[in-house]
Ligand binder design. Structure first.
Ligand code: GRF
Length: 213
């Protein structure tokens, strides 16, 4: 069984989506460990309620990013994961950390990368007059919010909709697609070739999904 470690900093609604799909028998992974850098993250409570091991490694306890990342890496390695899932983990990771978990470190970003890396993506998409907005699941590289794209989900931006409304709709896509991307990984269906992710050895229409919700 694919062993997964999930890193969070906050609410953990994406973590909950993984927990629910595992419970329903739809996602063949072992949620081995949840790690938060924030002791108050509600996602830690979600994990504990689901009987998953948790750890808190508070970045404020370390003098440098390098020392924090090393402690994080050591704790993750103890769980011997096949995949490390960033699910709202709000820390920039060192290149050493990223390389250590190369091709088994994934992230979700609430925008259609390469558009809108960084924060405040929903408002920026509205301000730019974008017709489509959504979420991207990708393998992590040292550059922030970049890396080979596994799967994207998109919705049409509604006229006059607020950033909060758009964010809520994008969140629904995240909860559907992040477990699907990890399922593909667990089933051994993903390969990276020339910075592109292939599904069953080809670029698939399944990797860009449009929603009306
Ligand atoms: C999500 O919007 C995700 O795209 C971003 O952080 C947020 C995490 O939300 N990286 P949650 O903690 O899973 O509810």
């Amino acid at each position: 069984m694919t062993r997964a470690v999930v890193l969070i900093s906050g609410s953990g609604s994406n973590l909950q989506a993984f927990i629910d799909q595992v419970d329903q028998g739809e996602l063949p992974i072992d949620l081995s460990l949840v790690v938060s850098n924030n002791p108050d993250a509600y996602g830690l409570t979600r994990a504990q309620q689901a009987g998953i091991d948790t750890a808190c490694i508070n970045h404020r306890d370390f003098d440098s990013r390098e020392e924090f990342d090393q402690a994080l890496l050591d704790r993750i390695d103890m769980a011997e994961p096949d995949i490390v899932i960033l699910a709202g983990f709000m820390r920039i990771l060192t290149a050493e950390f990223v390389h250590h978990f190369e091709n088994r470190l994934v992230n979700i970003h609430p925008a259609l990368l390469p558009k809108f890396p960084g924060t405040d993506t929903h408002q920026r998409a509205i301000n730019a007059g974008e017709h489509w907005h959504g979420a991207t699941i990708h393998f992590v590289v040292p550059e922030v919010d970049a890396g080979p794209i596994i799967l994207q989900g998109r919705i049409q931006v509604r006229r006059g909709e607020s950033a909060e409304q758009l964010q809520q709709r994008v969140h629904k896509i995240e909860h559907r697609l992040y477990p699907l991307a990890v399922k593909w990984f667990a089933e051994g269906r993903l390969t990276v070739r020339d910075d592109a992710v292939l599904l069953d050895n080809e670029r698939s229409a399944m990797q860009l999904q449009s929603f009306d919700l």
